[in-house]
Design a protein around this ligand. Structure first.
Ligand SMILES: [Ca+2]
Ligand SMILES: [Ca+2]
Length: 142
């Protein structure tokens, strides 16, 4: 997870252990978009002694964008939701709205909702329905 290889083409030799014109940067450890979604590096070339960053021909800026992994599950905003249903409430009435947040990005953060029928009594499982996209729980029937 998170191992990133960056190849930066250089027009001149920059390090003694670089072969040809290719410098390879290897990130050791994990990158986590949720912790830091980009990294900016500055590579300075020199032939020894103090490196001087003032010569634009001997330095290179590298902007690394960390792509997202789907490494976070959705987490509900609350551990419990309470709702009151009255005998006269009509079918389709909104009973509660649940919401879960996923710290990932884009499709990796997409949350859909469904009821676990196996954890409900047969009657209870039929009584309520949840909208997949909104998390709104509605009364299915009176
Ligand atoms: Ca992620
Ligand atoms: Ca996720």
């Amino acid at each position: 997870m998170g191992l990133l290889h960056i190849q930066v083409l250089m027009m001149m030799p920059v390090l003694s252990d670089v072969t040809g014109d290719v410098l390879e940067l290897v990130v050791r450890g994990d990158l986590d978009r949720e912790r830091m979604d980009h990294h900016d590096l500055r590579i300075v070339a020199g032939s020894g002694g103090d490196l001087v960053d003032s010569d634009p021909g001997s330095s290179l800026s590298v902007h690394v964008v960390v792509q997202d992994l789907n490494d976070n599950p959705p987490v509900f905003e609350r551990q419990r939701y309470f709702a009151v249903v009255r005998a006269e409430d009509p079918r389709g009435k909104e009973v509660a709205r649940v919401r879960a947040i996923d710290k990932d990005e884009g499709q990796n953060a997409k949350v859909t909702y469904s009821l676990n029928r196996r954890q409900s009594s047969e009657e209870g499982g039929k009584l309520f329905g949840v909208e997949e996209e909104t998390g709104i729980i509605r009364l299915n029937r009176r």
